[in-house]
Ligand binder design. Structure first.
Ligand code: NAP
Length: 173
């Protein structure tokens, strides 16, 4: 019997408890989840500080606690939206449903004939990548907004220092 496999994509800069709650909910509805690390080519900017490999570590280690089969696949952007879905499908295990809240992503998958389900983020006012990066830069508490595994990864890669250095470069440039 074919497995029911879902696709979910985000930039995960960084992966936080809002994303984690969405994935926990999806995990109850399908057999396997394919997680796309979006904008995989980006890193070392204030908006996208972490590399694809670092984001793979954040997501994979956080998902170890869930009882589900998952695949974490970095996906670079392409300059033509019209071919993006084919690009995604060429890199991922086959999936029969995509979860997203991003209007462009929803339109592109729907136009390609793929079933899309909305995935509203859990407590959006609290869990936001922008807010977490802001707190890191301002020495405010951010650790309780991400899974414990992500705290460890960011410590391992000295992520807060990287963000602070990027902020200095940005204000000088
Ligand atoms: P995103 O660019 O990562 O996120 C956009 C905003 O939506 C962020 O503020 C994000 O919050 C928020 N968000 C993420 N998931 C959400 C949810 N379930 N509910 C409410 N808000 C949510 O966009 P994305 O949809 O998460 O990821 C799409 C990825 O696909 C991007 O990397 C994009 O570049 C890529 N893409 C590429 C092409 C192309 O190459 N032509 C076309 C379409 C999409 P946080 O910051 O808290 O995550």
């Amino acid at each position: 019997m074919n497995r029911n496999r879902a696709f979910y994509i985000g930039r995960f800069q960084p992966y936080h408890l809002g994303h984690h709650a969405v994935i926990q909910k999806i995990a109850k509805e399908v057999d396997e989840i394919v997680i796309g690390i979006g904008s995989a080519q980006k890193s070392h900017t204030l908006e996208d500080p972490f590399t694809a490999g670092e984001r793979v570590m954040m997501v994979s280690r956080s998902l170890e606690e869930l009882d589900i089969t998952y695949y974490v696949i970095p996906i670079m952007d392409v300059h033509r939206h019209a071919i993006w879905v084919s690009h995604v499908r060429s890199l991922t295990p086959p999936f029969n449903v995509a979860y997203s809240n991003n209007p462009l992503v929803i339109d592109l998958f729907s136009e390609a004939g793929i079933k899309v389900k909305k995935s509203p983020l859990f407590q959006r006012d609290v869990y936001s990548g922008t807010e977490i990066r802001r707190r890191m830069l301002n020495d405010k508490k951010w650790q309780d907004l991400v899974p414990k595994a992500v705290v460890k990864v960011i410590k391992e890669i000295d992520g807060v220092q990287r963000l602070k250095k990027l902020s200095k470069i940005d204000s000088q440039g």
